[in-house]
Ligand binder design. Structure first.
Ligand code: F6P
Length: 538
């Protein structure tokens, strides 16, 4: 984008339009356009999005579409799908979409088609997963593998743990899955406390194979395993690596035969459908894993080929740009009404905030607008009894994404109707609220009326799907991936690097040495004092 975002015609028109729309209540918008509940909807890849309860009109949509056109969302998406190096600060292609491309697709990176390699790794993963699932892969003492422990962090943990929880219904129940990420020894200690090393398989998942937390946990796993009396040769039966770094894998002592590779064009937070998903595949089986990939691909095709005004991820992304820029919204709440999606908000935190938490444009200029909002959430209905109070009656505008399923995987009395009634009720209450007149008409004492008023006019999206299946999960994740992409293009930032995590890492490695050795501390007075206190009493 050659022109600054805030001087684009669509931006200026949106700013003026927002000023006229802000005083309007959703009650008025629904009264003026009674059909908006059916017209402001879009369906793709098994997902139905109702975005009618947003503070928008047809004009808002037109202008947001224009903004996407003026910032080149479709062109940039095409560049991504074709394998161009759109991660400019790292000089890399961004090709998570190749991980779910069909076998006959051709996607070239530096003149080489990457699709055959992707499928070769998938086939290797399938063979291995089947061996674990069938019990034909035996531990070094001849016992069957019963426990699978994934050690990774960030994208090498959040995707696997989220997908395992999300698809637990489809998982093989005689296998136990644990996920270790935190460098806090408690995480590892508790994960293995009741496991028999002879029946345990460790998946060391790290793109770089140098991440401090993961390597520390991997070494502790190795020590724990060897302490059980196993010799070094037994490691091959109990440790596999998932990485792009064969050299470091070999250095750690894992046979590269037992390594599942991926590529630098897969970002960590976009990697759960690469070999990083090996734990998912072992849990749900190769067929279900491929179904999940098909779901991702369904959404990829929709995103790539559908005009912006009907494009589900593009609309979702543009709506959050609308609130972030013109309504001072600082956060987006992700509210899945499905217990299996309990880790979905945590997964989205990395996807959204590591991607779009940037303060400079692609050409290094400080932005003069807001970028990525804070994503957070909890499964409903738990959130209703915790933080929804603030969403309904607080002073901040918090756009919400409600996610629900028409059919439950675990029918139990009328639980599901109760659950879904809450989805519909919450979005209705947020949008329309309850006026002082309505409260008074209920005979509420005058002094209490203001406390019981719900102003409403709180925006939400409702994402509905028939049933939580592996395919559906793939579509849902790809929906957010491309929504994040759309935002990043509009904001003209690099959504695929993460330099912001580096400084803390560098300082920590310096401090680790200072803790271990008696050296003069040369930090600020606060850090020096804290360190001295820690060293003196540890
Ligand atoms: O937090 C920074 C980060 O690089 C993430 O982007 C990544 O998902 C995580 O660390 C783990 O990295 P790796 O897979 O290389 O261990």
């Amino acid at each position: 984008m050659s022109q600054d975002l805030t001087s684009l015609p669509a931006w200026k028109a949106l700013a003026a339009h927002a000023a006229t729309l802000k005083p309007k209540h959703l009650r008025e918008l629904f009264a003026e356009d009674p059909k908006r509940g059916t017209t402001f909807t879009v369906e793709a890849a098994g997902l139905f999005l109702d975005y009618s309860k947003n503070r928008i009109t047809a004009e808002t949509l037109d202008l947001l579409v224009k903004l996407a056109q003026e910032t080149g969302v479709a062109e940039r998406a095409e560049a991504m799908f074709k394998g161009e190096k759109i991660n400019i600060t790292e000089g890399r292609a961004v090709l998570h979409t190749a991980l779910r491309a069909p076998k006959d697709a051709v996607i070239n990176v530096d003149g080489e088609n990457v699709v055959p390699e992707v499928h070769a790794v998938l086939d290797k993963m399938s063979g291995f997963a089947e061996k674990i699932r069938s019990g034909s892969w035996l531990g070094h003492t001849g016992k069957r593998i019963k426990n699978v422990v994934n050690i990774g962090i960030g994208g090498s943990d959040l995707g696997p743990v989220m997908a395992y929880e999300a698809l637990k219904f489809y998982s093989q129940r005689n296998l136990v899955f644990r996920f270790v990420s935190n460098v806090d020894g408690t995480d590892f200690a508790e994960a293995v406390i009741d496991l028999d090393p002879e029946e345990t398989l460790f998946l060391i998942a790290s793109k770089t194979f140098t991440t401090l937390e993961t390597m520390t946990n991997a070494h502790s796993a190795r020590d724990w395993f060897l302490k059980s009396g196993a010799g070094e040769a037994a490691i091959a039966k109990h440790f596999v690596a998932i990485s792009t770094n064969a050299k470091e894998v070999a250095k750690f002592g894992i046979d590269t035969e037992n390594m599942f590779g991926f590529w630098d064009w897969v970002g960590g937070r976009y990697s759960m459908d690469s070999a990083i998903g090996l734990s998912t595949m072992i849990a749900i089986g190769p067929e279900n894993f491929r179904e999940m990939l098909a779901g991702f691909h369904d959404m990829d095709v929709h995103f790539r080929t559908t005009p912006i005004e009907k494009n589900l991820p593009a609309l979702l992304g543009l709506l959050s740009v609308w609130y972030t820029e013109f309504f001072d919204a600082q956060t987006v709440a992700i509210l899945p009404y499905d217990q299996y999606l309990k880790r979905f908000p945590a997964y989205l935190q990395q996807l959204t905030m590591e991607s779009n938490g940037k303060h400079v444009t692609l050409d290094g200029k400080h932005v003069d607008y807001q970028t990525g909002p804070i994503y957070w959430g909890e499964p409903g209905t738990n959130g209703q009894h915790s933080f929804y109070q603030l969403i309904h009656q607080g002073t901040r505008l918090i756009p919400c994404d409600f996610i629900g399923f028409i059919k439950t995987l675990n029918p139990l009395g009328n639980h599901h109707d109760l659950l879904m009634a809450n989805v519909f009720a919450q979005t209705e209450a947020l949008a329309f609220g309850k006026t002082a007149e309505e409260v008074k008409a209920e005979g509420v004492a005058e002094a209490l009326v203001p406390h019981k008023v719900f102003e409403g006019n709180r925006p939400s999206n409702t994402i509905l799907a028939e049933k939580l299946t592996p395919r559906l999960l793939g579509s849902l994740i790809a929906l957010y991936e491309h929504a994040v992409f759309t935002q990043g293009v509009v904001w003209n930032i690099d959504s695929f690097d993460q330099w912001g995590v580096e400084l803390g890492k560098v300082l920590a490695s310096r401090i680790i040495k200072e803790i271990a050795e008696p050296v003069e501390l040369k930090h600020d007075s606060s850090t020096n004092n804290l360190l001295e206190k820690y060293k003196a009493t540890k």
